[in-house]
Design a protein around this ligand. Sequence first.
Ligand SMILES: NC(=O)c1ccc[n+]([C@@H]2O[C@H](COP(=O)([O-])OP(=O)(O)OC[C@H]3O[C@@H](n4cnc5c(N)ncnc54)[C@H](OP(=O)(O)O)[C@@H]3O)[C@@H](O)[C@H]2O)c1
Length: 273
Amino acid sequence: MARVLIAGCGDVGTRLGLILAAAGHAVWGLRRHPQNLPAPIQPLAADLHRGSGLDALPCELDAVVCMTAADDGSEAAYQRAYLEAPAQLLATLAQRGEQPRLLFASSTSVYGQDDGDWVDETSLAAADTPTARIMRRAEAQWLDGGGWRSVLRFGGIYGPGRTWLIEQVRRGGKASNIWSNRIHAEDAARAAAHVLALATPEPTYNVVDDSPAPLPEVYAWLGQRLGVTPPPSHDTTVASRRGSKRVSNRRLRASGFELLYPSYRDGYADMLE
Ligand SMILES: NC(=O)c1ccc[n+]([C@@H]2O[C@H](COP(=O)([O-])OP(=O)(O)OC[C@H]3O[C@@H](n4cnc5c(N)ncnc54)[C@H](OP(=O)(O)O)[C@@H]3O)[C@@H](O)[C@H]2O)c1
């Protein structure tokens, strides 16, 4: 049985915690407000960015997963969640002389490509928006050191309770003319559990489903399922800070990972039912 800490134990972290606990591992879930974490995840109240509550971290951890998310889209919030909070966590572990497996949640926003081409983990990850620059620095910070370290680059996470896109389509919102790369929250958690179990992981894994799709296609499909009239339209003039690329999950798949929801259609159909 391994001892695993999930820092930033929100939606994906809780799903991961339950998967690991079901497999017999001892799991602690750390966040500022951990009151509603489900058993058997053991709640830990701490604010990583401020460095408060870290005295209570369990010792002799075998794995630490950092999934803190920014409170809003500002550079300051990104700085706190993706640079300062993980730095506090890494410093605390280093002070204790512990070397658990270290897994960090990043984003496919590190790829700045906007020509719709395929990208994989060997592609240039040089997106140049202020928040993408922070994510790139955060990855480098996490990977800077020895031992078992890896970074997951999640695409757009969706799933139960995450209905932003559905609401957007219901409101008659226009889709930007870009590629969409998505991952169901349960598959995001399952991918994290899968990578944690690898003896010698790659430094980075794209965590997206098998089916990048043009965002207008996703809107149209959802619009049809929701009975939205007139059908959603798309706006060719809308620029996106996310760029436009098709993100390959081949590396993750080659490591033996199987998706529950290979396409947005599978995941949203499940949600809408
Ligand atoms: N949403 C997406 O589409 C997307 C895309 C790419 C990557 N990601 C990344 O994937 C990871 C998992 O996402 P998610 O949707 O599961 O996120 P989430 O539900 O928002 O969970 C993140 C948790 O971090 C905790 N947190 C934030 N600041 C903290 C701090 N200073 N100290 C301790 N805990 C803190 C928050 O809980 P408290 O408020 O209780 O502290 C929150 O529950 C995140 O790292 C996210 O950035 C998400």
